[in-house]
Design a protein around this ligand. Sequence first.
Ligand code: NI
Length: 459
Amino acid sequence: MDERRRNSENPRRTTRSGSSDDSVNFRRTRSSQSSANSRHTRSSESSETQRRQIRNSEGSRSSRHSGSTRRDTAEIRRREIMTPEDLLDDDEEYIRRRQERMRRRRLEKERQQKRRRMMRYAAMAAMLVLVISLAAFGISRLFPDSKESGSSQVTEEVKAETGTQVTTALSQPVMGASDIAKFSEQTTLSGWQSDSSGIWYKNADGTFYQNGWQEIDGNQYYFNENGYVMTGWQIIDGEDCYFDENGKYDSQRVKPMIALTFDDGPGQYTEELLNCLEENNGKATFFMLGQNAEQYPDVVKRMKDMGMELANHTYDHQILTSLSNDQIANEINKTTSIIEKAAGASPTAMRPPGGAYNGTVQSISNLPIIIWSIDTKDWKTKSEEQTYQCVMDNAQDGSVVLMHDIHEWSVKAAIRMIPELTAKGFKLVTVEELAQAKGVTLENGKAYYYFGEGTQQVE
Ligand code: NI
């Protein structure tokens, strides 16, 4: 029974140990067992007991020998009586187990090594991913910066070349001079700067221009009290100056000018009209009747003080072409005296009532004769709207506009058009100023209608 168990056990174990050495041992064990078992039955029983002990211990060699001295002695005695075949069988069993254990350990070690290797690879891969992502992040952070500074430099170079080119890259909300000063400290580049308030210039030393003219790269600029360049039409030192959108002064550009003229006054509405002209920095020419100037000497004086042109329109609106030479002279000279008395200045032009003049009138007047190019016919329409619209539709550079400041609707129309004409870019001037601006030297006795290019006659 024992034999069977042992024999049935052996092939199973051998099969489990796949080593070629074990196979050799097994074959040797099988062949020796068959002869030994038949000859030594008694000793075979004791050896079986020994084998059970070994099997039970299942451990290392040390555990097998860790028994008491008595047991060791018994074993030595037992070994003495064991046949060489038994000893061989026993040792082979032990070697086989040890090899099996070693094999398992080796396999376990290999598995561990494999695990470690895998972990190392995983760690390396993680590190690689981290490094790549960090590098990508670093590049992405570095690139916009370098791009930004690069474009700023390019813009600065362009600005330096053109002189007037401005960049929006440095745009910052700057509200006043103190803010500009602050911003000036923050920027590293000098030259033209722009922000929501306008265009300004930063010098290399961090300062900026303010309050006055400045020549930069051969062009003239005017900086306001906050350090921004002025643009569009501006009145500087009493002169109309035009600056383009970058603040560059254009000395060739002259405002379109028109001369508003008011006849038959002064009247009760004339002061209101003067107020409006004053508010809009506009000038006009007043062809006054002597009889009305007598009534409003203060208004005449105010006209003079305001820089309006004082002009003669006869004493009581006589049609001069139907008068004698003495009558013509009297109409004119009497009125001139009244104006001189009121304003302390002589009239510089005359307009015959109805625009009617002839050679006799021209020779007697002693003043330039000024007619008109735009007749509003306000005395006829009695319409503020039509008077206003007539001027707004027809006004152009050099126009001489005819209105009457003795009519309320005419003064209302004038008060409406004056700020709008100014906003449209027209400069409201006196006839004398208009002629001078257009290079026309006004001559006494000569009649003038229009001072622009070409001809204009609006009836
Ligand atoms: Ni008149």
